[in-house]
Design a protein around this ligand. Sequence first.
Ligand code: NDP
Ligand code: 8X3
Length: 252
Amino acid sequence: MKRNIFITGASSGIGKAAAHVFGKNGDNLILCARRKEKLNEIEKDIKKKYGVEVFTYKLDVSVYEDVVSIVKKIVEDVGHIDILINNAGLALGMEKFQEYNVSDMEIMLNTNVKGLLYVTREIIPNMILRNSGHIINIGSTAGLYSYGNGAVYCATKAAVRFLSDGIRIDVIDKNIKVTTVQPGIVETDFSAVRFHGDKVRADNVYKGIKALDPEDIADTILYVANQPEHVQISDITIMATKQATGFNIHRE
Ligand code: NDP
Ligand code: 8X3
């Protein structure tokens, strides 16, 4: 049976790749992000390629009232959600904590932590009612190993891991799975966003190493989602071959 997959932050990178991979798998898609025009292009492309149903919504996950109203609309438009992929997220800036821009800190916390909380809190009651569902949270190796100049981003991703673990405990008596997918270095718009559009600085992040592609992570997410009913992958970490820990990277 076709599943309804809700992906946050589907306008680019890992979220966009996941939309394609699940669409190719024959699942129906519910996609959200702030850039609706990007979502419209993705919707058109996926419908044409895979013939699945695609619903797109403009949503900033850090605005609670908007999350409430969009989730209500999704339930009206689509019905239930089988799998929630909490992917929307970002890093902003890379500076010593004592020099960090406070607004950048707040946006990371509001998106990566509060956004994930809001979306999950609105969707999980229906999963509990149906006694079925899977929540897949995109963490990071940054949530396993903190690194210099990235304390707040790393803390938000550590929070993702602990939220997943805590929620998994709270739904232990239900048929609901909770997974943290923890990628290492993935070449996406992540660094361009982090460096506020400084392309040279962003490109340097991926110099001298074959980073992961967003499709590598999308394939992993599909693998996690396609396990038999009795199998729950609690967390999974994927790194580039030339990466050993969150910030230990060998460059040629
Ligand atoms: P991208 O910048 O390519 O994609 C980020 C996505 O998040 C975009 O679709 C963006 O959409 C969306 N987004 C950002 N803020 C919001 C918001 N407030 N509300 C809704 N959507 C939002 O980066 P990645 O694909 O790399 O990042 C995806 C996830 O993967 C993030 O959580 C990131 O932390 C994580 N990650 C990335 C790694 C990497 O090396 N690239 C490694 C480990 C984890 P829009 O701007 O249209 O709102
Ligand atoms: C994003 C990748 O290298 O900043 O989580 O940890 S990194």
